[in-house]
Design a binder for this molecule. Structure first.
Ligand code: CTP
Length: 454
């Protein structure tokens, strides 16, 4: 971890030249306006953690403008972002008025790739009530850093003169980076923002750090205080909280380190933040791992969103009524909410029907109407026998093709119409049951059937 007083040369070496040039330009613009500019948060943490000139791919950069306490400068970040946007026509400017921050976004840009650059005006936040969205007023960089989650994320490097390149470490972030510890800045942090519990876990697992013991005690205290339950019952607060919680959960559940992270969340009892009935007992843990293995094989390009299925399994433990409400609060996609609603019914229906099916075609008829994620959710919660049938359907039977298709029937001289479906369905059943092997056999059966249907 670097501790030199002027960090600009090492930052320059670790960044792509185009990104460095952009930062220089923003700093010049800020200087011109008489403001200070800092790079803060995760970017500084990641830059300090890089070794010997290794390049850091930053896709998310947080800058803070210090507007010198003048209330007129509350919008300094927005003003700065607007002037930069005028120079770069290929980026989009998005302003979050409420928080006085502006974001410049480049999407698949030849120069910057995908880059999200936030420019905030330095500010203090006070929380009108626990877990609410913060309210903002202009203030100094120290206070801006103090409102952040962990010491390792509360570091800043000044980009404007005088003393450009100076590292600002008010809370011992450098020591914690060296000691590989995630440490919160103050005792109330998790009460103010419960999503930080998930962030602590995410950083600990991702960076291979430990959660510092006092910080862990604060986490446990916040959870035991039951604040999440109280908040969940107050509808005016819960949506803001749960949406941010979902964003953090998504990060965790889609990362390649999702298993240790989920385990750590469970060890800390933090899954309770979602709902008091959510646990990671052996059964649920097995279900999530099994679903993940199936998804990896059956949906290798991750079109379904594997993280979402993991979350759905966690949520499906909750009693029916509250489960639906939680899914709505978390603003899960429509299909997810629908799935969470029907999974139990589908489970009992398939359990009952599949057990009585003898032939492959009969089993196929029970399954073909259902989507892959629905079947996976049912499978992981079913007996070995049923799970095996679903697996065979997904890996083999669903891929079986009939020896003849609609074009073949046309070629054989039959007029297209409703009969085609009847005949083709029958051909599929016979093929699935191994009762026809060749095209010739299929043609004979078609002729026979067409005669009977006439
Ligand atoms: N932050 C915070 N509390 C939160 C969310 C964010 O204090 N609940 C602060 C942290 O200082 C963080 C910064 O806002 O560094 C930016 O947030 P984000 O981009 O989510 O975090 P990064 O540290 O940049 O994480 P990553 O590297 O995963 O993007």
């Amino acid at each position: 971890v670097a501790t030199v007083s002027c960090l600009l040369p090492s930052i320059r070496n670790s960044l792509e030249p185009s990104i460095w040039k952009l930062l220089e330009e923003i700093a010049q613009e800020a200087e011109h306006k008489g403001w200070h500019l800092y790079i803060v948060g995760g970017a500084v943490r990641d830059l300090l953690l890089t070794q010997n000139n290794e390049k850091v791919l930053l896709q998310d950069i947080d800058l803070v403008v210090d507007g010198f306490h003048r209330s007129a400068d509350v919008g300094a970040g927005v003003e700065l972002a607007s002037s930069i946007q005028k120079k770069y026509s290929n980026c989009r400017l998005s302003v979050h008025g409420e928080f006085q921050t502006a974001a410049l976004l480049w999407h698949k840009d030849p120069e910057f790739g995908s880059l999200w650059l936030d420019i905030a005006t330095s500010r203090t936040e006070f929380y009108p009530y626990p877990a609410a969205n913060p309210e903002v007023e202009a203030s100094s960089i120290r206070q801006d850093l103090y409102r952040r989650d962990f010491t390792i994320n509360a570091l800043a490097v000044r980009l404007t003169p005088p003393r450009e390149g100076e590292l600002l470490d008010f809370f011992g972030g450098i020591l914690d980076l060296k000691a590989k510890e995630v440490r919160v800045l103050h005792a109330n942090s998790f009460i103010e923002d419960p999503t930080r519990i998930y962030r602590a876990v995410r950083f600990a697992v991702r960076l291979n750090f430990e959660i510092e013991p006092q910080t862990e005690a604060y986490i446990r205290y916040a959870i035991e205080s039951g604040i999440y339950e109280k908040l969940r019952l107050k509808n005016h607060v819960a949506p803001a909280l749960t949406t941010r919680l979902k964003a953090e959960l998504k990060y965790i559940l889609e990362a390649n380190y999702w298993k240790p992270a989920l385990q750590l969340l469970s060890d800390l009892d933090a899954l309770k933040c979602l709902h008091y009935q959510v646990t990671l007992d052996e059964e649920i843990w097995w279900q999530i791992r099994c679903a993940s293995r199936w998804l990896k094989y059956l949906d290798p390009d991750n079109n379904i969103g594997h993280w979402l299925i993991r979350l759905e399994i966690l949520i499906s433990q909750i009693n029916f009524k509250e489960r639906k409400q939680l899914a709505l609060n978390l603003q899960l996609p429509k299909e997810s909410i629908e799935r969470i609603k029907i999974v139990n019914i589908l489970h009992s229906e398939l359990q009952k029907n599949l057990i009585n099916c003898q032939k492959v075609s009969e089993k196929y008829k029970q399954l073909y109407r259902h989507k892959l994620p629905d079947l996976i959710l049912v499978a992981v919660n079913s007996s070995k026998k049923i799970r095996r049938i679903i697996w065979q359907y997904l890996t083999q039977w669903s891929k079986v093709e009939t020896p003849l298709n609609g074009n073949d029937l046309k070629r054989m001289g039959y007029k297209p119409g409703p009969k085609y479906k009847v005949v083709l369905d029958k051909l599929l059943s016979l093929t699935l049951d191994g009762e026809i092997q060749s095209k010739e056999e299929a043609e004979m059966i078609v002729e026979e059937m067409m005669k009977q249907l006439n």
